[in-house]
Write a protein that binds this ligand. Structure first.
Ligand code: 2P0
Length: 352
C-alpha cells in the first residue's frame, strides 16, 4: 500500500550574539571563516525561530522543496539552503541504505514553515537562528543520530553564525584548518548555568533591513582592508583567549572589556573597508556613550555594548546591576529607539 503519511518534526533555535565576532571567509562556498568567534545564546522566550519540517510521498515532486518564512514563500534554491538539504538528505539516505525497513524520507519533497518572534535581517542574527532551526528540524524529522557539533557543520554552510545557535550558554566556533571544513564547527565553552546572573538588553535602533549584507560586507573587507590582517592574526586570537578565561572565571569586567574592544575592532575594519561600510548610526553611538557614562558613574565596569552588522545594540550586564544599567538606558536614550527586549541567557531547551 502506498505510504500517505505526512512525517513532521518541529523545533526552535535561539539567537546568538557574538562577543568575539566572525567577519571574513577563507572559503565562501563552505562558509569557512578567517577567524574563530565566540557568542552568547539568548533566551528563546525572547528571540527564537520556530520551524516545522515535514515530508511526504504525497507532496507533488513537481513542487520541490519549499519554505514559508513568517507567512511568506521564501526562496530555497540558493546554494546555502541547498547545501543544508543535500547534507541532511545524504545522512538520511545512509540510514535508509543500512536499514531497508525505514521509510525513504530522503526521496520526498520537504516543506518547512518557519517563524521568527523578532525582526528579520535587522542585525539580530535572524539567519543564525533560522538555519540552526532548519537544520535541527530536518535532522529531527530524519531521526539522524547527529551530535550538536555535527549539526553545527551543516548549519554553518547555511550561514556561518548559525553553527553557534545549536548550543546554549557560551559557544565557540573554532575556525579549523581543513580545506573541506570538517574541523570548522561549534562547541560549548560553558553552560548558561555556569554564569546565571548574565543578562542582555537589546536596543532596537532600527528594525529596517540592513543596507550591506554580512556576506557581501565581509567579502569586501577581506579584499580591501589592511587593518583586517591585524584583526585576524593578532586581535582575535588574543580576544578568544581572554574571553574564554573571563567566562571561566566569571570575571565581568574582563568579559565586558573584550566584548567592547572586539565590537570596536570589527567596526573599525568595516570603516577601513574601501568603500567604507557603516553599520552603526547616531543612536548606536549614543548607546556607547550611555554605557561609558553608566560605567563611569558606577566606578567599575557593569555594562558592555556590542553591535553586529546593523545599528542595534546588545548590552550585557549582571542581574544585580539591572537598575543601574537598564534604568539608565531607558532614562537616557529611551525616547530615541524603536524598541527594547530584555533577555536572559538560554540553556537551550527546545520548546518543542
Ligand atoms: C557574528 N556577524 O559573529 C558576526 C558579527 C555579523 C557581525 O555572523 O555570510 O549572517 O551567512 O556566513 O553569519 C553575520 O554573518 O554571514 C555575522 P554568512 P552571517 O555574529
Amino acid at each position: 500500500m502506498a505510504d500517505t503519511t505526512v512525517y513532521r518534526a518541529s523545533t526552535t533555535a535561539p539567537v546568538n550574539i557574538a562577543v568575539v565576532k566572525y567577519w571574513g571567509k577563507r572559503d565562501p562556498k563552505l562558509n569557512l571563516p578567517t577567524n574563530s568567534s565566540l557568542s552568547v545564546t539568548l533566551s528563546q522566550a525572547d528571540l527564537r525561530t520556530l520551524t516545522t519540517a515535514s515530508c511526504s510521498a504525497t507532496y507533488p515532486a513537481s513542487e520541490g522543496d519549499s519554505l514559508l518564512l513568517n507567512g511568506e514563500p521564501s526562496d530555497v534554491s540558493g546554494a546555502r539552503t541547498q547545501a543544508c538539504f543535500r547534507e541532511l538528505r545524504a545522512r538520511r539516505a545512509a540510514l535508509e541504505a543500512a536499514d531497508p525497513s525505514l521509510p525513504k524520507l530522503s526521496t520526498f519533497p520537504l516543506r518547512l514553515v518557519s517563524e521568527n518572534n523578532f525582526p528579520t535581517a535587522a542585525g539580530l542574527a535572524s539567519s543564525a537562528a533560522g538555519f540552526a532551526a532548519l537544520v535541527r528540524a530536518v535532522a529531527n524529522l530524519y531521526e539522524l543520530p547527529a551530535s550538536p557539533s555535527e549539526l553545527s557543520k551543516i548549519a554553518r554552510q547555511g550561514s556561518g553564525s548559525a553553527c553557534r545557535s545549536l548550543f546554549g550558554g557560551y559557544v565557540a566556533w573554532r575556525m579549523g584548518s581543513a580545506a573541506d571544513g570538517s574541523d570548522s564547527m561549534a562547541d560549548q565553552v560553558a553552560e548558561a548555568a555556569h554564569w546565571p546572573e548574565m543578562r542582555a538588553l537589546i536596543l532596537v535602533a532600527s528594525a529596517a533591513k540592513k543596507g550591506v549584507s554580512s556576506t557581501s560586507g565581509m567579502q569586501q573587507t577581506v579584499a580591501t582592508s589592511g587593518l583586517f590582517q591585524e584583526r585576524i592574526t593578532r586581535v582575535v586570537p588574543e580576544n578568544m583567549e581572554r574571553m574564554e578565561k573571563a567566562i571561566a572565571e566569571r570575571d565581568f569586567a574582563a568579559f565586558a572589556e573584550v566584548t567592547m574592544r572586539d565590537s570596536n575592532s570589527f567596526h573599525a575594519t568595516c570603516a577601513d573597508t574601501y568603500p567604507p561600510i557603516f553599520y552603526m548610526n547616531d543612536v548606536s553611538r549614543a548607546a556607547i556613550r550611555a554605557v561609558e557614562a553608566i560605567n563611569a558613574a558606577a566606578g567599575r565596569t557593569i555594562a558592555a555594548y556590542t553591535f553586529d552588522a546593523g545599528p542595534n545594540a546588545v548590552i550585557y550586564y549582571l542581574e544585580k546591576d539591572t537598575e543601574a544599567v537598564v534604568g539608565t538606558f531607558y532614562h537616557v536614550i529611551g525616547g530615541e529607539v524603536e524598541g527594547w527586549k530584555r533577555s536572559v541567557i538560554s540553556g537551550l531547551k527546545p520548546t518543542m
